[in-house]
Design a protein around this ligand. Sequence first.
Ligand code: BTN
Length: 333
Amino acid sequence: MKNHPYAGTLPENILLEILKQNQRHWISGQAIARRLSLTRCAVWKKMAALKADGYDIESSPRKGYRLMEAPDRMLAGEIRHLLHTTVLGQHEIYCHKVTDSTNIRAKALAAAGAAEGVLVVAEEQAQGRGRLDRPWFSSAGENICASLIIRPPLPPSEASRMSILAAVAAAEAIIEVTGLPAKIKWPNDIIIGSRKIGGILLEMAVEMDAVDYMIIGLGLNVNTPGECFPAEIRDRATSVFRETGRPFPRIKLLRRFLELLESNYDLIRRNGFAPVLARWKDLTEILGRRVSVGTINGNYSGTATDLDADGFLILRNDHGGEIRLFSGDITIL
Ligand code: BTN
């Protein structure tokens, strides 16, 4: 059993795997029952559950079952199917049709001891939040609202590294999977041109001067049409659909985000933070530009010269003095 390719995998996931490997081809109920060590009646029940989740599965008493179409739904089996990670997304995946906020759910799970890699996703959030406690708009069933638990061995002073890491993974996933020229706007907005397509909300709990857990909350606009954004953000927000004119499978983007997050996370553990920081700098357009930054302590303007290893933006003012800013709203002048 140890070397069996499905060892430790839930029957639902194996069933999905079998159906997907044979997509649009008939496979007998008996063959499935044998491979899953289930009765044919149990297979029938699992098929009924998949159909209820939106899978288009045809059944015939003589031929068996065939999967015609998988739904674009945030379902655990869909996320895990072809997900090439070892930890992130490989533990429990909690899928909500509606919840208050995936970050709130993930925090509760982490506080109760949930492991690194546990993921919470939702089709809709009633209290989705962005940075600075702003509301986060995401139309139901169209976008990615996901929160991941990580437990990095870091002091709290280095926590912002994880938000830099997440922004790099989100921008790279968009570039690779959709071909859109995603960029990062400090601190961690993901933009296409001048419009925001996604953002990261990082929250953490600290114990005895070390990070206990962190929640990486990712909001990514995928299938919201331009005219469906609320009027107050319509000019500033975009989605993959708005940019390409075509609907896009959300799961592909989420999967690639998890894979890039994990590979860059491993890279940091092996080679330190410098390569990821360098990638962040490649992906931003603010360095070397004159900017104005609104912060809770007031407005600052000057030339954005660098991002340091703790995520601080270095701003040189017109008199040559330098300030380090941790967070704010930046505008290129
Ligand atoms: C920002 O750019 O302000 C960050 C937006 C983060 C939104 C995501 S959606 C999933 C997770 N749950 C939340 O309530 N917020 C984050």
